[in-house]
Each structure stands twice: as structure tokens, then as C-alpha cells.
Design a protein around this ligand. Sequence first.
Ligand SMILES: [Cu+2]
Length: 98
Amino acid sequence: MFSRAALFIVLLVVASLALAADDAQGIKVNAVVHSVTADKINVSHEMIPELGWPPMTMDLAVAPDVDVGAIPTETPVELELIKGNDGIYQVGGVRAAQ
Ligand SMILES: [Cu+2]
């Protein structure tokens, strides 16, 4: 049987793994894509509380593994923002809004 201390450590490990997984998944935000180039999209996104960003229309770099040809425009989507190696957020995924 686990001691309370052992159980606490197990819970801490589980919680930190869950946080790490959440971080790897990036930040989700509802948006509409207006235009797409080879490595960049122009979007209007909703407020992003995690980043302290207000709603705005802006250009966002797209991660190299994202198929920009499959990104729909002028329809609600959910963007996944991930931090690039340069520390700047970029689009790591685009899916139809829920
Ligand atoms: Cu923005």
C-alpha cells in the first residue's frame, strides 16, 4: 500500500505530465483565415487570454509541417498556436471550428 508521501509524488508526476502534454498541444483559438501563402496566413482571431492578446487581424507564420493548401478561408476554424524555435508563436495546426 502507498504511503501518503508516495501517493503525493505519483500525483505530482501525473499532473506535470498532463501539463507538459497540454503545452505540447499548443494554444487553441477560434479564427477566420483570410489568405494563405507558402509559409504565412492572414487571420482574424479571437481574444487569446493565455497570451494576453486582444482580438485582431494579423499575419501568422505557419509551421513547416502544416499543409497550407488544406487551410480553408473565410470560414470559422480553430488554430493551434505553438512556440517556434525563435520564441515567436506560429500556427502548428488548423482544423474546422467545433
Ligand atoms: Cu494577433
